[in-house]
Design a protein around this ligand. Structure first.
Ligand code: FAD
Length: 422
């Protein structure tokens, strides 16, 4: 498609979405009622397939469509939180019954989701999961423990990676399930972090049940499907929360949307700080007079260059994705670059604030935001795959360097691990 064609298409799409909104948008309707209309029309997720609540349009048109929604204050489908990863994974690997059961309620925001991957003994080594699912002839029985599960305390459903075969090599003995988080056999206990928030949980399963129809794809396909979820997470971590913008408009639908955002975004309250708050650097340097200190200026300049380059790399990755090209090195570098930027920003914040950076709450600079940055930035290098793991991926898959020697290729039962019941 040349530039003229796509401009033409965009103008037509803008007209079509405007027309539809003019007829259907009603700020006095209920949030779920409105989102059901969006799901039926395909305008809520226009880049999804026609048979599944979309219109099969290129995702490059989403910006234009969103602008038309914003112009009149029309509310979108629910697109914050782990539910976005659930939707992407289900679209790719779910069967028709699973997609139709779960996707509509994801879009309407009626269900919230979490991701049950990491365990006490398997975070980076995700394929070492020992939470087990055993089939009793009718349903799957789940026992074990997950850890660091963001939003588990208010999730209705979860994406669960569990071991179904202890005799297969570790990557092949895993299966992928959708589990009901509201049942008795599932207990989520919040964990308090060093920055004072409690976004994630440890989750215990005691004979928890997964109905037979809630396994994704086939038994043993868990690893492949987990890679889909992680690819979406690494590529679009910010999309999990980008849309949590609070409208100041009056009306029932906005009140309901504000309540939803308050609940779903609660675990992410500190995520802006975790990214380092580069936006605060120059105002803080000017306000404190540090802008005149040559050593600080030097570090500020380095940080801003790093941050800009990282943004452009991310833009290149998005452009390639939109153009239908396979993920290139930009995708792998992006997450690592975000960690570098966050760490550099927290160092420059410390140069500017000095010892006051240690003061939390109202006593600290910017009402404690600076100390929250220092205590939150380390999470960027851990969540969704640590920096070391990203480096391994770049070394092996992008640069083609030799793989790490493996000690775990035989039956999983025989792989050395922490004591567990198997
Ligand atoms: C904010 C946040 C939110 C999270 N949310 C979720 C969630 O919702 N669901 C979920 O399932 N998990 C979640 N996690 C967990 C996250 O995915 C894991 O913490 C991460 O994968 C690292 O695992 P680990 O903590 O077990 O560390 P480990 O794997 O024990 O790693 C410890 C250290 O060893 C290094 N290391 C490990 N293996 C290698 C290797 N092969 N080569 C070199 N170095 C290595 C690591 O880089 C790290 O520095 C979250 C984590 C954070 C910080």
């Amino acid at each position: 498609m040349n530039a003229e064609d796509s401009a033409h298409d965009e103008a037509e799409i803008r007209r079509a979405v405007c027309e539809w909104l003019k007829t259907h948008w009603n700020p006095d309707s209920g949030l779920v009622e409105w989102r059901n209309k969006l799901a039926d029309s395909g305008w809520g997720v226009p880049h999804w397939p026609r048979e599944w609540f979309g219109r099969g349009l290129p995702s490059s048109l989403n910006v234009a469509i969103d602008e038309e929604f914003d112009r009149i204050g029309a509310v979108s489908v629910a697109r914050i939180g782990i539910r976005t990863l659930a939707a992407a994974t289900l679209l790719e690997h779910g069967n028709d019954a699973q997609i139709s059961k779960f996707l509509r309620r994801i879009l309407t925001g009626e269900d919230t989701w979490c991701q049950l991957f990491s365990e006490p003994g398997s975070g980076s080594d995700l394929a070492g999961a020992t939470t087990r699912a055993d089939f009793d002839g009718e349903k799957w029985i789940v026992n074990g423990q997950k850890l660091w599960t963001t939003s588990a305390h208010h999730a209705d459903w979860a994406l669960l990676l569990a071991r179904t075969d202890w005799d297969a090599p570790k990557h092949q003995g895993l299966s992928y399930f959708v589990i009901d988080m509201t049942q008795d056999g599932v207990e989520a206990q919040p964990l308090k972090q060093m920055n004072g928030h409690a976004s994630f949980n440890q989750v215990f399963f005691t004979d928890a049940i997964v109905e037979a129809e809630n396994i994704l794809s086939n038994v043993g396909d868990g690893w492949k499907i987990a890679m889909t979820t992680l690819a979406h997470e690494r590529r679009g971590a910010d999309a999990l929360r980008r849309w949590g913008r609070i409208s100041d408009r009056a009306g029932r639908i906005y009140d309901e949307e504000r309540a939803e955002i308050a609940t779903v975004m609660e675990p992410y309250k500190w995520y802006a700080q975790r990214a380092g708050r580069v936006d605060l650097i120059l105002p803080r340097a000017r306000e404190t007079g540090c802008i005149n200190d040559p050593a600080t200026r030097q570090e500020i300049a380095k940080l801003i260059m790093l941050s800009r380059v990282s943004e452009w790399t991310a833009q290149r990755a998005r452009a390639a994705q939109k153009g239908g090209q396979p993920q290139g090195p930009e995708g792998s570098i992006g997450k690592l670059a975000a960690s570098h930027v966050a760490r550099a920003a927290s160092q420059v914040h410390t140069m500017i604030a000095g010892a006051q950076a240690m003061l939390a709450g109202d006593d600290g600079p910017v009402d404690g935001i600076i100390s929250e940055i220092l205590l939150s930035v380390p999470a960027t290098s851990i969540a969704g795959g640590t920096d070391e793991i990203q480096r391994n991926i770049i070394a092996e898959r992008v640069l083609g360097l030799p793989k790490e020697p493996r000690m775990d290729t035989g039956p999983f039962r025989d792989v050395p691990k922490n004591p567990t019941k198997n």
